[in-house]
Design a binder for this molecule. Structure first.
Ligand SMILES: C[C@](O)(CO)[C@H](O)COP(=O)(O)OP(=O)(O)OC[C@H]1O[C@@H](n2ccc(N)nc2=O)[C@H](O)[C@@H]1O
Ligand SMILES: Nc1ncnc2c1ncn2[C@@H]1O[C@H](COP(=O)(O)OP(=O)(O)OP(=O)(O)O)[C@@H](O)[C@H]1O
Length: 297
């Protein structure tokens, strides 16, 4: 018997970052949108807890107990007095260390899959609590769709989305470390009085009406200057996508993946092709949004 869960990647359509808190995290107004690029997590009973991974970038994914999928299984098992003896296989399609919450997706996926395998009867709130313990982005991977994340991004309010949005994601060579990007944000803002983060009403309205042009005008990522500072070549990718007709271009979360909003699926295909030909990225992926959260297949 095995259980497979499909989990989407995310793009942050607004990432407003406040000052650093006493616990080292930053207060956020984080508007998440789930996009149709997916990892699949399969769990099956085994002698001990083991993890395997296949797909692009699989060699960069840890297979020990630091893997978020393994941690999810252990946390759920500990709460319910279960032996976490499962084999977890991750079929990766979300860029690794790309700012698209790939590890978070695997954590949420393994949690939902183990919950089903073990029939724990855990409530949705308990699963969301475990997600928040695993990482700031993990609750959103479970929920999907669109949501505003406050606190360190883990406290979610579901947002209405009025239509489909077409995106292109340019995958960069090599990853960026999320803590390093937040540290660079702090360095760039040294001596600045960083305002409290607030969600943009215009952006929420654009999501709610499904208006791509309006959304393009409201996209904002406060981590973008930090990601560009650590990886200046990303500016060339942003320019290439904009010249190819994207309505807007931005760094996805902590990067280095860059995201391009297209007016429709045909425009997205042209942007992807042009980006790839530009030589400014390793690959270019088309995906539409919103995508469903973690789902048992
Ligand atoms: C950049 C984003 O992906 C945008 O959604 C997230 O804010 C990062 O979420 P995540 O990868 O789940 O991050 P976590 O595993 O919770 O934290 C990793 C590290 O990122 C930094 N971090 C994360 C979230 C936050 N609100 N403030 C932070 O400063 C901290 O250095 C933390 O030690
Ligand atoms: N299941 C997992 N898949 C990928 N990376 C993982 C996983 N579990 C732990 N990691 C570790 O997390 C690091 C970040 O990988 P991940 O793909 O989650 O980055 P990310 O997409 O930039 O995350 P985020 O957008 O949430 O900041 C990796 O370098 C790896 O060491």
């Amino acid at each position: 018997m095995s259980v497979t869960v499909r989990v989407p990647a995310k793009v942050n359509v607004q990432l407003a970052v406040g000052g650093v808190r006493e616990d080292g995290y930053h207060d956020l107004a984080n508007v998440f949108l789930a996009v149709g690029l997916y990892d699949e997590v399969t769990v099956a009973p085994a002698e001990t807890l083991t993890v395997t991974c296949s797909g692009p970038g699989a060699d960069q994914v840890p297979l020990d107990r630091t893997n978020l999928a393994a941690r999810a299984a252990e946390l759920l098992a500990a709460r319910h007095g279960i032996d976490p003896a499962v084999h977890i296989h991750i079929a990766k399609d979300i860029p690794v260390a790309g700012g698209m919450a790939g590890g978070s997706a695997d954590g949420a996926g393994a949690l939902l899959a183990c919950d089903a395998l073990w029939s724990t009867g855990a409530s949705r709130d308990e699963l969301l609590d475990i997600c928040a313990e695993l990482g700031s982005d993990v609750p959103f991977s479970l929920v999907g769709g669109a949501a505003l994340g406050t606190g360190r991004g883990e406290r979610l309010t579901v947002l209405p989305v009025g239509g489909a949005f077409h995106w292109v994601f340019a995958v960069a060579d090599g990853g960026l470390s999320t803590p390093a990007v937040y540290r660079e944000f702090d360095r760039l803002n040294e001596g600045v009085d960083v305002p409290a983060p607030v969600a943009s009403p215009m952006l929420l309205d654009a999501l709610g009406t499904g208006d791509a042009a309006a959304l393009a005008g409201a996209l904002a990522n406060d981590l973008q200057p930090a990601a560009l500072s650590l990886r200046p070549s990303l500016a060339d990718t942003l320019t290439a996508g904009t010249e190819a007709g994207a309505l807007a271009a931005l760094v996805s979360g902590s990067g280095p993946t860059t995201a391009f909003l297209a007016k429709d699926s045909d425009a997205a295909a042209v942007i992807a092709e042009t980006l790839l030909a530009s030589g400014t990225c390793r690959s270019a992926r088309v995906a539409s949004a919103p995508a469903q959260g973690a789902t048992i297949l």
